[in-house]
Design a protein around this ligand. Structure first.
Ligand code: SAM
Ligand code: SF4
Length: 335
């Protein structure tokens, strides 16, 4: 199908991508078992990673020419990116000003939250799969729970709103944590989102029979809380939400595997080495870094980005017999 003249990131299914996930680095200081092996991964060589100027240029093209309105910084661990505060300030100085959020493991956030908020960061998601210190070490292979909790509190104190918590449940590891995590988040004013475990780990350890489904998560929560569907429309948001015990606290479930939301997807992705992807699960990507380093003009880069998104598939196909896990793991795409 020929692509109509349209500056936005449209695809053949009528979706329009306005939400950009930018990975700032593939490195991480945790080793969550559902994400990467104990020994870590072969990190991208420094010269392959976009410089700050290259990164901000690509984001600017997305905002100025492609209609991107929402940006989320992620990784790897985005707090490990040198000059993060400066990157935040440069992105939020773009016009029209995009909404800026970040997904982080929270380590080091305690001393940086105020500066990040001042630089323009609006919202934050902190990953936390358990509030039990031993289980935390089992999952992340590092003894850092207190750092994450301090990071969360600092984000709230810095006025980032909402502060969200992302949790992945694993059978036999932290499945009993659903209720304690929700109690903790309600008490602290954080918005909890459970994410179904996806086949995106570098060591290909995902197993459909082992994953905890959205239905199981809800059943666990409903044993202790009354959940009612959230009144506001979901739009393109990945989380389905419920009010807890009549509100105002809420809880969400991102059921990428058992209740895919691809039909309403508004996302486009930029990896730390400058590849644009139309989906976490796509096997195609377009190398914008080489184009940029070869001297391409802004509009040429914008056109390459548009062409990539035009080819976005209908869905991620995890539930199809022929599903093949993408070559890049989650930490190198940007979760
Ligand atoms: N390091 C940061 C963090 O952990 O928040 C940002 C990157 S991490 C890849 C982004 C999110 O992806 C985290 O909330 C993490 O729990 C989630 N994640 C990682 N591997 C996953 C998997 N296999 N299935 C589902 N979620 C996953
Ligand atoms: Fe690091 Fe985030 Fe992956 Fe955990 S989920 S290993 S914190 S990138």
């Amino acid at each position: 199908m020929p692509r109509p003249e349209n500056p936005a990131l449209i695809d053949t299914f009528g979706r329009v991508a306005t939400d950009l996930r930018v990975s700032l680095t593939d490195r991480c200081n945790l080793r969550c078992t559902y994400c990467m092996p104990a020994e870590g991964l072969d990190w991208m060589p420094g010269e392959q990673v976009l410089s700050d100027d290259e990164l901000v240029r690509l984001v600017r093209i997305a905002v100025e020419r492609l209609g991107v309105t929402d940006i989320r910084l992620t990784g790897g661990e985005p707090l490990l990116r040198a000059g993060l505060e400066e990157i935040v300030a440069r992105i939020t100085a773009l016009s029209p000003r995009p909404k800026l959020s970040m997904t982080t493991n929270g380590i080091g956030l305690a001393r940086r939250a105020a500066g990040l908020a001042e630089a323009g960061l609006n919202r934050i998601n902190v990953s936390l799969d358990t509030i039990d210190p031993e289980t935390f070490v089992k999952i992340t292979r590092r003894d850092r729970l207190s750092h994450v909790l301090a990071g969360l509190a600092a984000a709230r104190d810095a006025g980032m709103a909402p502060v969200k918590v992302n949790a992945v449940l694993m059978r036999g590891v932290n499945e009993a944590e659903a209720v304690p995590l929700l109690k903790f988040c309600l008490a602290e004013g954080y918005h909890l989102r459970f994410i179904e475990q996806m086949p995106l780990d570098a060591q290909h350890g995902w197993n459909r029979g082992e994953m905890i489904t959205a239905a199981e998560i809800l059943a666990k929560l409903e044993a202790s809380f009354e959940l009612t569907p959230f009144p506001a429309a979901r739009g393109g948001a990945p989380a389905e939400r419920w009010l807890v015990d009549g509100g105002p606290g809420d809880v969400g479930v991102i059921a990428s595997v058992t209740r895919p939301f691809c039909a309403a997807c508004e996302r486009t992705r930029l990896t730390a080495d400058g590849a644009v992807r139309s989906c976490l699960f796509s096997n195609d990507e377009t190398d914008l870094r080489s184009l940029a380093r070869a001297g391409a003009r802004d509009e040429e880069i914008a056109d390459a980005w548009r062409a990539t998104m035009w080819g976005k598939l209908a869905g991620h196909e995890i539930n199809d017999a022929g599903f093949a896990q993408p070559i890049r793991p989650m930490s190198a795409i940007g979760g």
